[in-house]
Design a protein around this ligand. Structure first.
Ligand code: SF4
Length: 345
């Protein structure tokens, strides 16, 4: 066993975070946990994980679910394509493998929503296959440990990171090893200034010896997210409110209040509602501004409420939904401020 791996496993045995998806050999549960953990903090995932598994305890139950029910359980967790991919992937596994995830990383890679990191995580954690699982934490730890100082997003450095990461994976306890690197990256070898004094690998670490750990890995500067102005309308007709299920890639399948491009003034709203939504609405109320930050864009939303006559028919692509029914639809966090407006009624 590589001396780095031995030191890491000794540290892991004493310091492993106790998490409900650990210490089990259940490929489905590993898959669900890894899908939820992408881009999301462990503390946030914990309650979602339990609720999801209470509703969909195994792969066949998830595959048999309605997409809307899966999205509803994911509500607030963000990055909804993960939920849709998990559901589509489960249906694929039912058709192609009779409901059991394969252990071969190449076969896992062919399943909807499973990329190289997740294939490595499932194969190593659930099936004890000695393959790496390279995520952001692993990139950071390995770059620092082996002093890889090229642009970590470029193919050459990336290949070296993957090669080094693979060489550390032991034939015994590969899943524990991969989780140990992730834990070290999440709790000790953190972004910015790492806590090298507490690190079990400091004696082996090139960046520690040279004193440039805080600068690694080298990454190109992220582009600033684009700000998009919207006018979001809470339109009431009797006890119903107008919603639309999004068909765009961002938040596809989730329900939003009507959104018109740009920041419209209260004076312009009636004509815009008439021309875009073919509705005639009464008095307008201004509810201020709300913002929601996605990875690549920011929604800068002016919020208004309007009243349409009761029994108004919904325009094409929209639905008037009874207020009591709205809680059963999956609404994204971006609509949180609009939901607060709705609760005023
Ligand atoms: S010694 Fe510091 S930089 Fe090196 S692996 Fe440990 S925490 Fe990371």
């Amino acid at each position: 066993m590589h001396p780095v791996t031995a030191a890491l496993l000794t540290w892991y045995d004493r310091n492993a975070r106790v998490l409900p998806w650990r210490g089990i050999h259940n490929p489905y549960r590993t898959w669900v946990s890894e899908a939820m953990l992408q881009q999301t903090r462990v503390e946030t995932v914990l309650s979602y994980y339990d609720r999801f598994l209470a509703r969909f305890p195994d792969l066949p139950s998830l595959a048999a679910a309605e997409e809307a029910d899966v999205l509803k359980l994911w509500e607030g967790l963000g990055y909804y394509s993960r939920a849709r991919n998990l559901w589509n992937g489960a249906r694929m596994v039912m058709q192609q493998y009779g409901g059991s995830l394969p252990s071969d990383p190449d076969q896992l890679l062919a399943i909807c929503g499973i990329g190289p990191y997740m294939a490595g995580a499932i194969a190593s954690i659930a099936f004890d296959i000695p393959v790496p699982a390279v995520d952001g934490n692993v990139i950071r730890v390995v770059s620092r440990l082996f002093g890889i100082r090229g642009d970590a997003s470029a193919p050459a450095a990336r290949r070296e990171i993957e090669f080094r990461a693979a060489a550390l994976v032991p034939p015994e306890r590969p899943g524990d090893h991969n989780q140990a690197v992730m834990d070290l990256g999440a709790t000790v070898c953190v972004p910015g200034t790492p806590d090298c004094d507490r690190c079990p690998l400091s004696a082996f670490c090139d960046a520690y010896a040279r004193g440039d750990a805080a600068d690694l890995p080298l990454m190109p500067k992220a582009r600033k997210p684009k700000t998009i102005p919207w006018t979001v309308l809470v339109i009431r007709s009797g006890s119903r409110f107008l919603l639309r299920m999004r068909t765009e890639k961002l938040l596809q399948g989730l329900w939003c209040f009507p959104m018109l491009e740009g920041h419209l003034s209260p004076e312009d709203l009636h004509s815009a509602v008439h021309s875009k939504l073919h509705l005639s609405a009464g008095a307008v109320q201004d509810h201020g501004i709300a913002r929601h930050v996605f990875t690549h864009q920011v929604w800068d939303m002016s919020l208004f409420s309007l009243e349409a006559p009761s029994e108004t028919a919904a325009p094409a692509g929209y639905e008037f939904v009874e207020i009591n029914e709205i809680k059963n639809r999956a609404l994204p966090t971006a609509m949180k401020a609009a939901v607060r407006v709705l609760q005023l009624f």
